[in-house]
Design a protein around this ligand. Sequence first.
Ligand code: AHR
Length: 322
Amino acid sequence: MLIRRALAATLISGLMASTTIAAGAADMTVGFSQIGSESGWRAAETSLTKSQAEERGIDLKFADAQQKQENQIKAVRSFIAQGVDAILIAPVVATGWEGVLEEAKDAEIPVVLLDRQIDAPEDLYLTAVTSDQVHEGKVAGEWLVKDVGDAECNVVELQGTTGSSPAINRKQGFEEAIAGHDNIKIIRSQTGDFTRTKGKEVMESFIKAEDGGKNICALYAHNDDMAVGAIQAIKEAGLKPGTDIKVVSIDAVPDIFQAMAAGEANATVELTPNMAGPAFDALEKYKADGTEPPKWIQTESKLYTQADDPMKVYEEKKGLGY
Ligand code: AHR
């Protein structure tokens, strides 16, 4: 299981934890290899990383990899050649990082992983700022178990990007939550690549294959954007999302709260887009006096349902990078 090894974890309360300006920040240059712009959550993470850097006087060099690991590896090599003080990587997939991380290590440039985990020895990076993605999947699955009770429930699953840690771990966590509840079954599972467009397309194919959707009780989407696309597909099929087909997903982006307020989505698990705040805090301390952060800085995973005043949360979220 990715990174859930016995790591020391520090729970960071997402958006709160990151406004201090540490000594040395002003002269730091940090390269950031971002995955791309596949989701609303991703756009918010990019925007918060840029604003956090600006507030702290950090010179941020930003590279958008357009979903390709090879572009990320090129960007990291270019940051190394430029002699940056640190590198942030949001790794698109979990494997294939050892080579370039060895190069960063040889150049004595600390690397911080943002929001996704990797399969590589821990000494190749300073820390990883991520949620517990298995737990996120469990929270979503436990919500469904409670919501359906003893009723039969066929679930369709929209997975995130193949080979990415959230796709692997959120699947595992959900399966663990429904294990032993024989009334709940995942009948179809396919990647929607974390995008709205693919979420809609794949949901259309699920609906077609399952008697116009009549055989589907719930959708579990590994992110809200895919859920929002799928909600559209459900409506176009003449069914009511949130009622005929329950919708549970992950991220807590503003649009899912609008859907919840309209009764079209049921639950989401929050992932803070402010991964950069804790990352910069760790880097500033490391730079100031060599303090090593824990290998895993864990962010919170809070469940929201229709009972949580979705429009109020929507308004609050809109100001936070979205
Ligand atoms: O790695 C975090 C995931 O990546 C988010 O849940 C998803 O929206 C994004 O694309």
